[in-house]
Design a protein around this ligand. Structure first.
Ligand SMILES: C[S@@+](CC[C@H](N)C(=O)[O-])C[C@H]1O[C@@H](n2cnc3c(N)ncnc32)[C@H](O)[C@@H]1O
Length: 242
């Protein structure tokens, strides 16, 4: 179960508290490490997510687990009236808020502290809700996705971008070696958080992907689920209707 895989094994704090602390710790290096480890491919995955959402109503957009805002900034390409980002890590949000100011997007973007499992927004408030590389970190996956369903208008769209598990040779073997042996060492050195980049592959291992994840989306009320694997199945983009 993904809620049992937590960053700091010696700590008895809840997954949510540990995840928020971990992202506060690595916030200053998050953008650099993210693009470095993926060789920039995560940027292409976010762009593909936007292409898949094009043509759908997009006036009001919510980006859950927005972190430093990389997905939220991409979402501006859908010409929304407003993009709201929520996250449980103030450290990550502070980096994102600085970027909003630098890019002069204060009138259209707003980031706030908030928990995906009990958001303060009204029912039926958004046309699109996205979560990229965040769902895996939720303490209660169904509660988090369920609350995204609640705040979406009927017929609105959810887009989840998340790591998956590649199955084909040799991408499976190369990726497993890279994420188990290369990433934790470099991640620890640069971020100074010894657990963060060990937690990443561990959390991917126990997270549902493909049809199993689609089932979770249906269970919390979504329909018309599309599964789009990217880069040999290293990640998947899921789109569905509320
Ligand atoms: C790997 S980062 C992804 C950030 C950003 N979406 C991106 O694509 O780069 C995961 C983020 O999820 C946030 N997070 C984890 N659990 C959350 C929750 N229950 N509610 C809101 N944010 C959460 C973390 O604080 C962290 O900033």
């Amino acid at each position: 179960m993904s809620e049992n895989v937590r960053p700091y094994k010696e700590s008895s704090e809840s997954k949510k508290v540990q995840v928020a602390k971990m992202f506060d710790n690595i916030a200053h290096k998050y953008d650099f490490l993210n693009h470095f480890f993926s060789l920039g491919i995560d940027i292409l995955w976010r762009k593909k997510s936007i292409r898949l959402l094009k043509g759908r109503p997009s006036e009001m957009i919510l980006d859950v687990a927005t972190g430093t805002g990389d997905m939220a900034f991409e979402l501006l390409k859908l010409n929304p009236k407003k993009v709201v980002g929520v996250d449980i890590s103030q450290g990550m949000l502070d980096v994102g808020i600085k970027k909003i100011k630098e890019k002069g997007k204060e009138s259209i973007m707003e980031f706030q502290l908030g928990d995906s499992e009990e958001m303060s927004f009204a029912d039926n408030a958004f046309d699109i809700a996205t979560v990229s590389f965040g769902a895996r970190n939720f303490e209660h996956l169904e509660k988090g996705l369920g609350d995204m369903h609640r705040v979406l208008k009927k017929g609105g769209s959810i887009c989840v971008l998340e790591f998956s598990q590649p199955q084909a040779f040799p991408i499976k073997q190369v990726y497993t070696f890279y994420s188990r042996y290369i990433m934790p060492g470099i991640g620890k050195l640069v971020s100074k958080d010894k657990a963060a980049y060990t937690y990443l592959p561990e959390s991917v291992q126990v997270f549902p992907y493909g049809e199993k994840f689609a089932e979770v989306l249906r269970k919390v009320g979504f329909s018309d689920v599309e599964i789009h694997p990217v880069t040999g199945g290293i990640a998947c983009i899921y789109i569905a209707k509320a």
